[in-house]
Write a new protein. Structure first.
Length: 509
């Protein structure tokens, strides 16, 4: 097989029919959750296997990021016609504002020049922004576009890159566009809207030779991929602490225009080197008395009697019932669970009265419940930040300087938010997403000057082996895979004092 390698796509110039069939099989991936969709069975009866093709059959092209996968598969049978033009870069890593890069950060920077494209997977607190700054300094004459997706990330990355490179940094954001600099940071949604509608943005995009994507696990979305297709950048680099597996649709779409994982630095390495704090994981055993049969009956009784339900198959209706039962279990036994919420308050108020407490959760109504309970005990020492909060920066600053002892955050705290002074982290929501769980734990792993540890509390919800317990088991597997210090505990009140006991020695499991 012979292929031409361009900056955005790879074109198949010549191949045998069998090779083309093998390539198509490699680049066809099952759509996540497709077998649970309403239309799947009808389409499967017509021969569709539920997979999406990530190649263009008409033009015989595929995304540049898939080139390493194709090279591994075809090996010596693959002939490359290189159309990209590499740039000259220094082989000695520059010192950035008096700070020398760590060894894995240097390796990450140089791996980019060797591979053109790739993903830098570095756990939270590993210094991904320093890697970006190193790349900008080495490619000192190239135009660079850095894509971020939140205001907090935008502010952090812009300040860091400007500081370490000593260069002005342009912006593409909703209320400000300035692209007359070599390095520009853009909010991804704004960049997508400005392409094709603003001449100066189009002109800059045409000149970009380096694209970097922060929190690159989002790069599989249509918005990111549209931008990455529009640029002719030779170098395309993504940064994240949690890259989806290549065997999944999310993992393949992330790699389509960025490439394969080049560097993987895990929490364990950062902890052993003293770069990150050591997490002491304590899972609080909590037993639920949930009548799932009753929940199913209630959900079925509340199904809308309209044409959309009437046209569903029994299998589809059952699937919808299962999803609604899970939502009801979360609503009643996590969000509005008085005893479970009381344990969260006890940990924050009584178990660690001398530490900064960060509580992460998913829903605003859950945050309001905990905020009211904590405010009753701590007064103005507690704050709640959510996506629509107008005082987010003030609350964050107050937590950092110690004026607020307990900070409650929704999912806005999952990615990139620099929350220092976290001595105790409470995961209030359960769930099972590896990416989200590790990112939330990462908020507490900033290095501590004195005792370089952070206490992390989670719940082991026991509900007879159903939804909540299965998610708890998934989280335990994640913690063990990360080799965290993990113990199963129970919370008791004795003589007016809140105490922690080991659940195993207490005979509760």
């Amino acid at each position: 097989m012979t292929v031409s390698v361009w900056t955005t796509d790879v074109r198949v110039e010549d191949c045998l029919p069998l090779e083309w069939a093998e390539l198509r099989d490699l680049l066809r991936v099952e759509i996540k959750g497709i077998k649970h969709s309403m239309n799947y069975r009808a389409l499967a009866a017509k021969g569709w296997d539920g997979k999406k093709a990530l190649y263009n059959h008409r033009t015989r092209t595929f995304g540049i990021g898939f080139l390493p996968l194709i090279q591994r598969y075809f090996g010596k049978e693959l002939t490359l016609i290189e159309k990209r033009k590499p740039v000259t870069y220094p082989f000695k890593m520059p010192v950035l504002a008096g700070v020398e890069l760590r060894d894995y950060q240097k390796e990450a920077v140089f791996s980019v020049f060797e591979n053109y494209n790739g993903l830098i997977e570095v756990a939270t607190n590993g210094g991904k922004t320093m890697c970006m700054s190193g790349i900008c300094r080495c490619l000192h004459t190239e135009n660079v576009l850095i894509l971020v997706h939140t205001q907090e990330l935008f502010d952090q990355v812009r300040a860091s890159v400007a500081n370490f490179t000593g260069e002005p940094v342009g912006v593409i954001m909703a209320n400000d566009v300035f692209v007359h600099t070599r390095i520009v940071i853009g909010m991804v949604q704004t960049v997508a809207k400005r392409i094709g509608t603003m001449k100066e943005v189009d002109e800059f995009i045409d000149k970009v030779n380096v694209v970097m994507v922060d929190e690159a696990h989002h790069a599989g979305s249509a918005t990111y991929r549209r931008i990455l297709r529009k640029t002719f950048a030779t170098y395309r680099i993504g940064f994240s602490g949690t890259i989806p597996d290549i065997k999944t649709m999310d993992g393949m779409q992330v790699r389509e225009y960025l490439g394969d994982v080049l560097i993987n630095v895990k929490n364990k390495e950062l902890i052993e080197r003293g770069i990150s704090a050591k997490p002491v994981m304590r899972m609080l055993l909590f037993r639920h008395d949930i009548d799932y049969d009753m929940l199913k009956e209630r959900v079925r009784a509340q199904l809308p009697m309209d044409s959309s339900v009437a046209m569903m198959t029994p299998w589809q209706i059952n699937r919808m019932v299962v999803q609604e039962v899970y939502r009801a279990a979360v609503e009643e036994y996590i969000v509005n669970n008085v005893l479970r919420n009381a344990q969260i308050v006890s940990v924050a108020v009584d178990v660690h009265p001398d530490r900064g407490i960060l509580i992460t959760l998913d829903r605003i109504d859950h945050g309001n419940i905990l905020y009211a309970a904590l405010k009753e005990k701590l007064g103005d020492q507690v704050a709640f930040m959510w996506s629509d909060s107008v005082s987010r920066s003030g609350e964050l600053a107050a937590f950092k300087d110690g004026r607020i002892r307990v900070l409650i955050v929704t999912s806005l705290g999952d990615e990139g938010l620099d929350i220092s002074r976290v001595g105790c982290l409470i995961l209030a929501s359960g769930k099972k997403s590896r990416r989200q769980i590790l990112q939330r734990i990462g908020r507490g792993l900033r290095r501590k000057d004195d005792d370089n540890t952070v206490y992390v509390y989670d719940f082991y919800d026991v509900d007879g082996g159903n939804h909540l317990e299965k998610h708890s088991k998934n989280r335990v597997a994640i913690y063990r895979a990360e080799e965290f210090d993990l113990s199963l505990m129970c919370l008791d009140v004795s003589e007016g004092k809140v105490i922690l006991r080991d659940a195993l020695t207490a005979g509760l499991v």
